[in-house]
Design a protein around this ligand. Structure first.
Ligand code: IMP
Ligand code: MG
Length: 182
């Protein structure tokens, strides 16, 4: 890859992310054997990670998507969570695994877990590609965590800045000076 095409400073390469999907997928396969697994991905950020992870889960499973938002167009969370698209499949009695791109303040995840629990699933756990624990305000955590990251603004592999960079095949971070550059 030509250096001038790289957006931001690379934290994790495609190969490292794929390897993480392999190890977490194997662990999920063991943990959910004999259960009724339902993956629920959070649009739009979790899509690339979910696509990798599910190929490493050797079980019959179902998948659905939800869209919730706590972010405006900038880099700071508003703290308010809106459900913009609900799931379409039934989760009563199922073992729900929420697939997230990143847990930051945890507000989104807390709201989703509370919402899904009303629908009486057998269990609710979370698999997140990234965890930014230094910014947590809600009492929530990932059960399966890909990588722990420091308090940086992350882009790539589903994560966006103003809806761009989700397609980058690596995870990188933007510095203040990068944010005006498209
Ligand atoms: P939370 O509710 O604060 O945990 O935020 C979760 C959502 O905020 C994630 O699903 C992302 O969409 C977004 N987010 C949080 N941190 C970052 C980041 O560093 N880069 C891009 N998006 C982020
Ligand atoms: Mg998101």
């Amino acid at each position: 890859m030509a250096a001038q095409n790289v957006k931001g400073k690379i934290l994790f390469t495609q190969e490292e992310i794929w390897e993480k999907a392999r190890t977490l997928g194997a662990q999920i396969t063991e943990d959910y054997r004999g259960k009724d697994l339902m993956l629920i991905g959070t649009l739009r950020g979790a899509v690339p990670w979910m696509a990798d992870l599910m190929k490493h889960i050797d079980l019959d499973l179902e998948m659905d998507f939800v869209s919730a938002s706590s972010y405006g167009s900038g880099t700071v969370s508003s703290g308010e969570v809106k459900l913009k698209k609900d799931i379409e499949l039934k989760i009563a009695g199922k073992d729900v695994l929420i697939i997230e791109d990143i847990i930051d303040t945890g507000n989104t995840l807390k709201a989703l877990k509370d919402y899904f629990s009303i629908k009486k699933p057998n269990s609710i756990k979370v698999c997140t590609l990234l965890d930014k624990p230094s910014r947590r305000t809600a009492d929530v955590q990932g059960d399966y965590v890909g990588f722990v990251v420091p308090d940086l603004f992350i882009i790539g592999y589903g994560l966006d800045f103003d809806q761009k960079y989700r397609n980058l095949p690596y995870i990188s971070y933007l510095e203040e000076s990068d944010e005006i550059v498209y």
